[in-house]
Design a protein around this ligand. Structure first.
Ligand code: NAD
Length: 254
């Protein structure tokens, strides 16, 4: 059984992750972490203590709830951290989880490359830091198709469209797409246009222009469940992986 801690567990992605990991064979959510749990009467909703009153901690299928990752790490044994929090807190969570020996699956976007490199340097032998700007298989394909087209059609622009509560812009997916396209031969930099509007979940269109023609490659996420097969796959694969790994395609046979 792979024991998972989910940070950002009360957020849109974190709550979906708790549901998906709980339903997945061979995975167990042992702790949910979110500052929102501190606002529930200042107490965790499940202390994990054995029901017989002996004071021992019981290993149950019900996750325990904590306001901070440090509190969770002090109280439960886990193999994997899944982080869907905020660009300004994910680094601190990883600086807490890596010395504790957890393999990390990061969906939070906005981490600088230099920070990732620094965190990667702190990994122990056999420990993995996995980060994917997008866990939806369709988005991974969209990025790969765009990189392939960029080798032939170097002039392109990216339009990414997200819900109005997304904190970072451009999106991690757009930055990753641009970097893959540049590596494949696109003009550098690939312009990125960010739209933040109610009604969107996550969409991206890559438009290539050439003499007398355009080519559009578009992906739309209409529901956050689209990310969950990728998150579950990453939880299963990260425990046997090593070092810094970027992009879900590294765990897929595409
Ligand atoms: P959200 O605002 O709904 O949820 C974030 C949660 O993190 C909140 O509940 C907040 O209370 C909690 N939080 C804040 N500080 C924390 C801390 N120190 N420890 C634990 N929890 C903390 O945001 P969201 O829509 O769920 O998105 C979360 C992140 O995931 C964003 O960076 C977003 O861009 C990214 N995202 C990635 C993918 C992907 O496929 N990689 C897909 C969608 C969203």
């Amino acid at each position: 059984m792979i024991r998972v801690i989910v940070t950002g567990a009360l957020g849109r992605m974190g709550a979906e992750t708790v549901r998906a990991v709980t339903a997945a064979d061979g995975l167990q959510v042992v702790a949910r972490v979110d500052p929102g749990f501190a606002r529930d009467d200042g107490a965790t909703t499940n202390t994990g203590e054995c029901g017989c009153g002996c004071g021992e901690t019981e290993q149950t299928a019900t996750p325990r709830d904590f306001a901070t990752l440090a509190d969770a790490l002090a109280a439960v044994t886990a193999d994997v951290l899944v982080d869907f929090t905020r660009p300004d807190v994910v680094e601190e969570n990883l600086r807490c989880a890596i010395p504790a020996g957890l393999d990390c699956v990061v969906g939070t976007t906005g981490l600088a490359d230099a920070t990732l490199d620094d965190l990667a340097g702190r990994l122990a032998d056999g420990q993995c830091l996995f980060i994917a700007p997008n866990f939806a298989i369709g988005a991974v394909l969209m990025m790969q198709f765009a990189a392939r087209a960029a080798a032939v059609l170097p002039k392109a622009e990216i339009i990414e469209l997200h819900h109005d509560r997304k904190l970072d812009a451009p999106s991690g997916t757009a930055l990753r797409t641009a970097s893959l396209m540049t590596a494949a031969g696109a003009a550098d930099p690939v312009p990125i246009h960010s739209v933040r509007l109610q009604g969107f979940v996550a969409s991206q269109e890559v438009i290539f222009g050439a003499q007398g023609q355009t080519l559009s490659i578009r992906h739309d996420t209409t529901d956050r469940t689209s990310f969950m097969p990728g998150v579950v796959l990453a939880c299963r694969r990260v425990v046997d992986a090593t070092g810094l790994i970027v992009g879900l395609e590294q765990f897929l046979d595409l």
